[in-house]
Design a binder for this molecule. Structure first.
Ligand SMILES: *Cc1c(COP(=O)(O)O)cnc(C)c1O
Length: 396
């Protein structure tokens, strides 16, 4: 299909919920994408942190197609071999005890919220169902996860939202302590706020968050849908602060490009949900699981993780050294990078980069966000950075 035809069909037949850029991907390899017109882009987005191993990684494509030729789907009334292996790998890597597979980040967070509320109901009865989340957080697009999201712009139109959420500013312990009233059953947070602007929760805050919640038997839910699966240069963001959550959610990078999400529970909530209390038709799909198994077998590796941290430092260091007037703070860990843009909207920079052949993202109101594939090579990084520099310099 031609470039123009694909765009025309979208405009005529699809809900116009996105302001899309005029790119129709044809094929990709590594961090390079070719569109239907033959234009080549360097990809600093991984499809929003999804394609952890880049486009069409050989081992990944092999693992997925092999499973596809065996069986594509059965149901959760039976056992699934690749899915169980993914659960084992995740449990061993995370320190959590058990996994429940779904298909997306929002769905994983919905599950986490259900577990937290049921745990509290079983132990303390009614009236202890409030969940505290952080300002500038993002937890998904369902009615409940929108309510969990600590940004006013997401709290319009779709009333009534799910009750029982309240919001406190990130990295502010006093505000948190004040909010921990008798009705609270859980605190939910991203170790680095992704959509909200690549805002890192400090290690001190994370540690205090853990000890304060532990003390009151309030569950700590970490939403690592974006930060998890090696994105930050550790398997999970909480490993930077040496703590364990009670509930962990993962999705984006786990399947390497196929839809899979998971919520995991630690010791406390191991038996909170029993038969019939949660379910899904598609969750735990063996093809998605085969992709996840390949991703995990590659990224759960000290050398691989070190390289992610190294590449992240290299990128941040290079950008900093340009010393450009429209660049403010450069934040992030590993290959989750936020560049604060001054004097114009980060969308302006994104558009110039796009025209020049580089794909980037934004976050919050003033941040250009980079989520390159975890396998990106230094050559690909350098090519992308050359375009980024040119795009930042051509301001106005
Ligand atoms: C993307 C994201 C979600 C939502 O995931 P979907 O797969 O789009 O439902 C939730 N939480 C965080 C932190 C995310 O980055």
């Amino acid at each position: 299909m031609t470039h123009d035809k694909a765009i025309e069909l979208d405009k005529q037949y699809m809900m116009q919920t996105y302001g899309r850029l005029p790119l129709v991907p044809a094929h990709g390899k590594g961090a390079r994408l070719t569109d239907e017109d033959g234009k080549v882009y360097i990809d600093f987005t991984s499809g929003i942190g999804v394609n952890s191993l880049g486009f069409v990684d050989e081992g990944w494509a092999d693992a997925v197609t092999k499973q596809l030729w065996k069986i594509q789907h059965f149901s959760n009334y039976y056992y699934s071999s690749p899915t169980g292996e993914v659960a084992e790998m995740l449990v061993k890597a995370s320190g959590m005890k058990r996994a429940f597979f779904g298909n997306s980040g929002a769905e994983a967070n919905e599950g986490a919220i259900k577990v937290a509320r049921k745990y509290s109901y079983d132990k303390y009865g009614k009236g202890r169902a409030t969940i505290i989340t952080l300002c500038s957080s993002f937890h998904g697009r369902t009615v409940t996860t929108l309510a969990a999201t600590g940004q006013d712009v997401f709290h319009d139109f779709f009333f009534p939202f799910t009750e029982g959420f309240k919001y406190v500013p990130a990295n502010n312990l006093d505000a948190l302590k004040e909010a921990l009233t008798e009705d609270v059953c859980a605190v939910m947070a991203e170790p680095i706020q992704g959509e909200g602007g690549v805002n890192i929760l400090t290690d001190d805050y994370m540690k205090a968050l853990r000890s304060i919640t532990e003390e009151k038997d309030i569950l700590l839910i970490l939403d690592e849908v974006q930060t998890g699966i090696a994105r930050t240069g550790m398997m999970f963001g909480y490993q930077y602060s040496d703590i364990l959550p009670d509930i962990l959610t993962l999705a984006k990078g786990l399947g390497g490009g196929l839809p899979i999400g998971v919520f995991m529970v630690g010791e406390k909530c191991e038996a909170t949900l029993s038969a019939g209390q949660h379910g899904t038709t598609f969750g735990g799909n063996p093809v998605a699981a085969a992709g996840a198994k390949e991703v995990l077998s590659r990224v759960c590796d000290d050398k691989f993780l070190f390289e992610i941290r190294d590449k992240g430092e290299y990128i941040r260091g290079r950008i900093k050294a340009w010393d450009l007037p429209n660049v403010g703070e450069i934040r992030g860990r590993g290959l989750m990078i936020g560049i604060q843009i001054k004097g114009e909207s980060p969308k302006d920079v994104l558009h110039r980069a796009f025209d020049n052949g580089l794909l980037t993202l934004t976050a919050g109101s003033d941040v250009l966000r980079l989520l390159p594939p975890l396998t990106i090579s230094y050559d690909e990084i350098d090519d992308g950075l050359t375009i980024l520099k040119k795009s930042l310099e051509s301001e106005g």
